[in-house]
Design a protein around this ligand. Structure first.
Ligand code: SF4
Length: 296
């Protein structure tokens, strides 16, 4: 069953691959990328840099309609690689192409904290329509960021989020739960650091170890270094985190799912995000907590 079927209380994100790369891949910081990264795992079939942005939007809308997914409108989601990494005129042109599509009412721009500067943020703040800038922060611990070859620090993330918020940009962030070397207590302690960031929302998701990545090799050698909880334990962890996170922080995502063929390790094979959402809502309810934002 499709978890989106029949829902009309959400904007549908259309994944755009606008042909950007990333400083962690083009040699500026390194060539191998973050040890967990395989962008192919997140690409729907319509999203391809060989197509124009308009074509990807048209095909993306058809893709979702064919699956019976109703929505209140569409957002162009610049998701692949680092979508503020490039000359500002190129960024302006690509964002403008998406915003000029009559079905698109806003953008979500995914990027790294070290790929924005004041000039780019001023331009993003001036764009028409709703714009969310989504930073991959992944961890608040520099030791972890170094271990997974992120190539930026938590201070970089704090700086980028602050500069964005100062300009009134809706800044959000992405965190991975269970990166190597991190413990449950470290994740709980992270909440205070996340709460101090001027973010409006976050995505949380379990670590997914993808085939062919450096992390898959690392897991093979040292599985004890990884926190890969079973589903019940993960839901308890999420509930513990949500008890500590600011209640105004919107949770845009609480679990990730890539097609199973990409997974090197698959502890919850076949569990759908809507099932996880329901179980999390029940766990929170048993603690006397209700949240309206358990969307996926
Ligand atoms: S910064 Fe993003 S795109 Fe670049 S290697 Fe890391 S996860 Fe992949």
């Amino acid at each position: 069953m499709d978890s989106n079927k029949g829902k009309t209380d959400r904007m549908q994100r259309l994944v755009i691959d606008a042909g950007f790369t990333c400083p962690n891949r083009d040699g500026t910081l390194g060539f191998g990328g973050c040890t967990f990264c395989d962008n192919a795992a997140f690409h729907p079939s319509y999203s391809h840099p060989g197509k124009s942005i308009r074509e990807q939007i048209d095909e993306g809308i058809a893709f979702h309609l064919a699956r019976g997914r109703k929505s209140d409108g569409y957002l162009a989601y610049f998701q692949s690689f680092s979508n503020t990494y490039g000359p500002i005129d190129n960024l302006r042109r690509k964002y403008g192409e998406a915003l000029s599509h009559p079905a698109v009412s806003g953008l979500v721009i995914g990027t790294r904290p070290d790929c924005v500067d004041e000039e780019k943020l001023d331009m993003i703040a001036s764009l028409p329509g709703s714009v969310v800038l989504e930073f991959g922060i992944e961890s608040c611990y520099d030791k972890t960021l170094e271990r997974v070859h992120r190539g930026h620090t938590f201070a970089d993330a704090r700086h980028a989020v602050r500069l964005s918020a100062e300009r009134g940009i809706d800044a959000r962030a992405h965190f991975i739960l269970g990166l190597p070397g991190e413990t449950r207590n470290m994740l709980l302690a992270e909440c205070e650091l996340i709460n101090a960031l001027p973010l409006s929302g976050i995505k949380l998701h379990q670590l997914q170890i993808l085939k062919g990545t450096a992390m898959a090799l690392e897991y093979e050698k040292n599985p004890e270094e990884f926190l890969l909880p079973d589903l019940d334990t993960y839901i308890e962890l999420l509930a513990d985190l949500l008890e500590r996170l600011r209640p105004d922080l919107k949770i845009d995502r609480f679990a990730a799912s890539v097609p199973p063929r990409f997974l090197a390790v698959s502890p919850w094979r076949g569990t759908r995000p809507d099932q996880i959402r329901k179980r999390l809502a029940a766990c929170l309810a048993s603690r006397g907590i209700t949240r309206e934002d358990l969307t996926d």
